[in-house]
Design a protein around this ligand. Structure first.
Ligand code: ADP
Ligand code: 5GP
Length: 197
């Protein structure tokens, strides 16, 4: 059986990570999206256990102490973390896993699991990023500014990623992401073990 691979989707807040991930999941029910835990309050329409596991800081710290996270990081005043149990289960079932996480978390996962594929999603311009983040209407202007500043800081690390996708149109970005995922399964290290002896 083909082994599952983990793909990390990283990029500045508002670039469209959630949008492209939702499109990938809708078109491939075998894909597994890792639902993170966070201390951030839910936005309108976000459901506990679907978009995030919404935890108090105290609960989050209990999860850390119990060793429940593959990685966790602080992002603009809140904690975010990837629960490890479900990621491992999904990969054992041969499913590809998508992690929508920020850059410190991406680095930690890659250190622990070097076969993880890191994809940076960039906006076509910084002005367009600001339009998207403001247009989403989920953060006040102070938080928008913090998120934009954080996005600019993180951009320096983008060249160390395995792939770089520009989300100009959703169709184009999703097409490139599908191509990357397919190509990663065509590497000799993935394929040779599938040939029957
Ligand atoms: P992220 O998860 O990276 O923070 P979202 O997926 O929430 O970003 O997208 C931010 C906003 O930008 C949303 O309102 C979304 O509808 C919009 N958006 C996403 N991708 C595109 C695109 N290619 N062109 C225009 N708007 C987009
Ligand atoms: P948001 O508050 O917009 O949902 O997410 C803010 C940032 O946190 C985004 O860059 C998102 O990718 C990141 N994030 C979401 N879940 C996790 C996680 O489990 N771990 C880490 N390190 N970052 C996460």
């Amino acid at each position: 059986m083909r082994k599952g691979k983990t793909f990390i989707i990283c990029g500045p807040s508002g670039v469209g990570k959630g949008t492209v991930v939702a499109r990938l999941l809708a078109s491939d029910p075998t894909l597994y999206f890792s639902v993170s835990a966070t201390t951030r309050p839910p936005r309108a329409g976000e459901e506990n256990g679907v978009h995030y596991h919404f935890l108090s800081r105290e609960q989050f710290e209990q999860w850390i102490a119990a060793g429940d996270f593959l990685e966790y990081a602080e992002y603009v005043g809140n904690l975010y973390g990837t629960p490890c149990r479900y990621v491992d289960q999904a990969m054992e079932q041969g499913r590809d896993v998508l992690l929508d996480i920020e850059i410190q978390g991406a680095e930690l996962v890659h250190q622990k699991r070097p076969d993880t594929v890191r994809i940076y999603v960039a906006p076509p311009s910084w002005a367009e990023l600001e339009r998207r983040l403001v247009g989403r209407g989920t953060e006040d202007m102070e938080k928008v500014r913090s998120r934009l500043a954080r996005g600019r800081e993180e951009f320096a690390a983008a060249r160390n990623f395995d792939y770089f996708v520009i989300n100009d149109t959703v169709d184009h970005a999703v097409g490139e992401l599908r191509a990357i995922m397919l190509a990663e399964h065509c590497r000799p290290c993935e394929r040779i073990s599938l040939i029957s002896q």
